[in-house]
Design a protein around this ligand. Structure first.
Ligand code: ZN
Length: 274
């Protein structure tokens, strides 16, 4: 089923990267987009209380803060620095009123994945009590296996669910991103398991272009690629998730457009293919 209105549409600040966060907020609000996910880069050099006030004035709901994570490192000092940075992200999320932080868990070239995964679990355990006391949840975002070497050693929904089970929810959960997970034959069952356990925190959408010309910055607008988004959204909704559909697109091609036109394109694609 296609979308019929914009009541559950959220846009990530990174999707309209050329815009300053306040410009983005004003544009989303003008276009009737009710919610925003804030990337930490968009907050650099800004007063978070002032941004919070700006977003509130624009009538935007803050869905999440992106991103924490990057826990594995070759030495203890770097692992501690990652834990400290994640606690700083918790402070930022609390100050902004963001209920969750999305975790890109991390990986280190040359480090065995088993070791990276152990360090990820340890890192999350070290941050979770701090997040819990601030009223902020942590959401593991499994990344496509093409990033297993350097961005995340957590690559499937099953791995993310297993981590939640090992660590213990519901303050830890999962952000489901169709770009990373659409190929997985176990996806439907693992989404159901995630929802059943109360771990399903967030849902990110965009499309997989074929051919993809850049592994990071060539995501497609919904409908430009091969992901059946309504089908996966159906699984997520059947699992009990009724939060926002967050449009998260990194694209040099789309960042080069007039961002006012681009937000209109996002809305159109959302109704047809979201
Ligand atoms: Zn995502």
């Amino acid at each position: 089923m296609a979308q019929t209105d914009f009541s559950r549409l959220c846009i990530h600040t990174m999707t309209t990267k050329p815009l300053d966060i306040c410009q983005a907020a004003d544009l989303y609000a003008k276009e009737g987009v009710p919610a925003i996910t804030v990337w930490r880069q968009a907050l650099e050099g800004k007063s978070i209380p002032a941004v919070k006030q700006h977003l509130a004035k624009a009538g935007l709901r803050v869905v999440s803060l992106c991103r924490g994570g990057f826990f594995p490192a070759q030495d203890g000092a770097k692992r501690q620095a990652a834990i400290d940075d994640n606690k700083k992200a918790v402070d930022e999320a609390a100050a902004l009123g963001a209920p969750i932080i999305v975790l890109v868990c991390g990986a280190v070239p040359g480090m065995p994945l088993v070791e990276a995964r152990k360090q990820i679990a340890d890192g999350i355990r070290a941050v979770l009590p701090y997040a819990k006391s601030a009223g902020v949840k942590l959401s593991i975002e499994p990344l496509h296996p093409m990033y297993a070497g350097d961005r995340s050693a957590v690559n499937t929904m099953k791995q993310a669910n297993d981590l939640c089970q090992e660590i213990g929810g519901p303050d830890i959960g999962v952000a489901v991103d169709v770009y990373h997970l659409w190929w997985d034959p176990e996806l439907q069952g693992e989404i159901a398991r995630c929802g059943k356990n109360g771990w399903l925190h967030a849902f990110h959408i965009c499309d997989w272009r074929s051919p993809t010309i850049d592994l990071l910055n060539d995501r497609g607008l919904m409908g430009e690629g091969c992901i059946d988004i309504p089908r996966i959204r159906g699984w997520v909704e059947a699992a009990g998730f009724h939060g926002f559909n967050e449009v998260e697109i990194f694209s040099d091609r789309l960042w080069a457009l007039d961002q006012k036109d681009y937000v209109k394109m996002i809305k159109d694609a959302y109704l047809k293919h979201g």
